[in-house]
Write a protein that binds this ligand. Structure first.
Ligand code: KG4
Ligand code: ZN
Length: 344
């Protein structure tokens, strides 16, 4: 079965061709056009600009993906597309394109929840993953821990109360004048550090409930920059900037992984999946690997190009989900909940 997967829920315009085989999904083509240069002057994604750019790019992104795979539209067996959650204009652009293609080619259309996409990115690395699995989804919009009983169900265990981990990376980069997108730049700076700056205190909640919080970390970084304004313009070569990036990265990784041992024991988890843009982080990948080994969990972290938003994860999820019988009646949903039985 050959699936075209389309994803444009935020600022990445991506199409992929995936062949579903009895051994698991095989990536035949992946095209991803980033809009980093478009949004860089604003320090973050501008939704209207992103949607217009998707409109301009998606047709040629699809053509390029088909070319890479060496197939034509008539060879496709189904089309999978992100239905939500995400930025409404961005979702609508590509969802409409997918509906039009499915109608024109008389193909089944599979609407995919964005987070099920991130989970299914792990199918490329570990098609035989044992379940239940703990699934840490960390990106610019999400910091959620789920329990997956299979590839299509996610039960929420814990999430952030405020900012996502990716936002903390992006905001740190902004405060230090490192540019956009921030996560990879903080990561590179932290790797070059010869030490870490003073550590950050982990947030504690009065009600004692299990959750994450990253807004305080943003403020703490801001206060350190205010106390030493030189940091804001010192740049990535500066040892103090590198040490601060190392401390921020250590805090985020430690906080993200802290609840996992207890939850693995409580749920009987057999595997750990880490996905979403922040799963590209070198330190998080390394520490998650060590933790999984210590806990005896099978680890699945997609390769970096499959951790950030991409069409391949949507196609891989689309292979496991039912096609929609009345696709023309469907539409994108920026607040799409996970299916019944699962919680968002
Ligand atoms: O999944 P994604 O591409 O888009 C969303 O759905 O948000 O994730 C983007 C986020 C951004 O916040 C970006 O800074 C972060 O992932 N990111 C990283 C790294 N690469 C991307 N954060 C930390 N370290 C990285 N190497
Ligand atoms: Zn995402």
């Amino acid at each position: 079965m050959l699936i075209l997967g389309l994803e444009s829920s935020c600022d990445d315009c991506s199409a992929a061709v995936v062949e579903e085989t009895p051994e698991g999904p095989r990536l035949r083509a992946l095209v991803r056009r980033s809009q980093d240069d478009l949004h860089a002057p604003y320090g973050g994604v501008v939704p209207e600009l992103a949607a217009r750019e998707h409109l301009l790019q998606m047709a040629s992104v699809v053509r390029e993906a088909l070319g890479q795979a060496g197939i034509g539209l008539d060879d496709l067996d189904r089309i999978a597309v992100t239905q939500g959650p995400g930025l409404v204009g961005c979702l609508l652009t590509t969802f409409s394109a997918a509906k039009a293609l499915a109608w024109r080619l008389d193909l089944p259309l599979v609407p995919v929840h964005h987070l099920l996409g991130h989970l299914n990115a792990a199918r490329f690395a570990a098609p035989d993953l044992p379940f239940p699995a703990l699934v840490l989804l960390v990106s610019g919009g999400h910091t959620h821990l789920y329990l997956a009983r299979d590839w299509t169900t996610l039960e929420l265990l814990q999430k952030t109360r405020d900012d996502a981990a990716g936002e903390a990376f992006d905001k740190t980069a902004r405060l230090l004048g490192l540019g956009y997108p921030g996560g990879p730049r903080v990561d590179r700076c932290a790797q070059r550090a010869d030490r870490a700056a003073a550590s950050f205190a982990a947030p504690r909640f009065r009600d004692g409930r299990a959750a994450w919080s990253f807004s305080g970390l943003k403020t703490a970084v801001k206060l350190r920059v205010q106390a030493d304004p030189r940091l804001a313009a010192a740049g990535a070569e500066d040892a103090e900037v590198q040490a601060l990036c190392r401390a921020v990265q250590e805090a985020i990784c430690a906080w993200l992984l802290k609840p996992l041992p207890a939850l693995a024991a409580a749920t009987g988890a057999r595997a750990l999946v880490v996905s979403g843009g922040v799963a590209c982080n070198s330190s998080l990948r390394e520490q998650a690997g060590r933790l999984a080994q210590r806990l005896g969990l099978v680890l699945a972290i997609p390769e970096p190009r499959l951790c950030t938003d991409n069409g391949a994860m949507v196609a891989a999820a689309g292979a496991r989900l039912a096609a929609e019988p009345r696709p023309l009646e469907l539409n994108a949903d920026p607040d799409l909940p996970l299916a019944a039985g699962a919680s968002f």
